[in-house]
Design a protein around this ligand. Sequence first.
Ligand SMILES: Nc1ncnc2c1ncn2[C@@H]1O[C@H](COP(=O)(O)OP(=O)(O)OP(=O)(O)O)[C@@H](O)[C@H]1O
Ligand SMILES: [Mg+2]
Length: 352
Amino acid sequence: MSHLSSYQAEVELVGISRNIQRIRELIDQVAETGFNVIVCGETGVGKELVVSSLYQKSNRLGKPFVKVNCAALPDTLLESEMFGYERGAFTGAIRTRRGKFEQAHEGVLFLDEIGDMSLPLQSKLLHVLQGGDFTPLGSEKQFKTDVWVIAATNRNLKKDVEEGNFRNDLYYRLSTLSIYIDPLRNRPEDIPILIEYYTRKYNQELNRKEAGRLSPDAIAKLSSYPWPGNVRELQNVLQRIIVLGESEETLDAMLSSAPNVRCDESNGLSPRAPGVLSEIMADNGGRLDLADLSLKKIRKKAMNQVERDLIGHVLIKTGWNRSKASRILKISYKTLLQKIDELAIVPPPELA
Ligand SMILES: Nc1ncnc2c1ncn2[C@@H]1O[C@H](COP(=O)(O)OP(=O)(O)OP(=O)(O)O)[C@@H](O)[C@H]1O
Ligand SMILES: [Mg+2]
């Protein structure tokens, strides 16, 4: 059962834009009602954070919070993940397993990336939402659960409904209330306050007494950038600034290495290149251990990340012409080859 990590729970929904203010109001209003909610918005805008705030404001706090990522599993696995199975239901079902619906009893079931769920499974979900009961695979027993279902998606579900890829009735059932989070580029007034919030937070995590502030120039530059990866991308850039400083060169390199990167483009760059601190945390089961925070080590990691993104970007732009790329990067051909090797930069399949 995946209870909320304390990390997410500590974060506030920061922002002064009309959009975020309205969302805060909605969270307060709806948290008590238990209406089905669907949270929509681009990647990294804060959908999971809104879902976790709903849970925390609700009277289900303290009961299970169970998340299912509907995009992560193939259909049959997702089905058994959601509804569970009886021992012997299929080859490999060596013991009975409780599904997420059962685990979430009296709490919240968070269906992330709901737009990726197949039509047959959508029907099963609808059935449960209407009648409240379900049968685990291979079982004869019916179960009833009391769960608050909150869904999220970065797809345009209305369009999916029009195109026949998402069930109309399920859409209406799930979206008694729908909360749309604007992309960061449409609410630039939130950027300085997010910068302030996260620089303070990261400095505290690094145990730095002097919470270094960014210069007005740097804040202005970051505020006019379109942030295709939204708040998650802003977090990554801030983590790097904390380590590398905010010189114009560093900022330009960071902002030019990330944009135009879309999840659907196989351009060799990672669309969600995780920030250094989150990478260290991920290696460490979600904790930020003071023992891991040698500045030298982090600087090295951050430099590698920046170099990997930047070199990868230039290589793509030059169609993997390495001598051209080395001239643009102003390093020798030999150094470039070494870096490609060391940083494990690989060409996209069409250039390999
Ligand atoms: N308004 C905000 N204030 C503070 N932190 C925020 C805000 N919005 C997002 N974040 C932080 O940004 C990060 C990304 O947000 P989150 O994971 O909720 O995005 P998401 O919409 O679920 O993204 P994805 O579609 O990629 O799953 C999280 O660490 C979250 O806490
Ligand atoms: Mg999410």
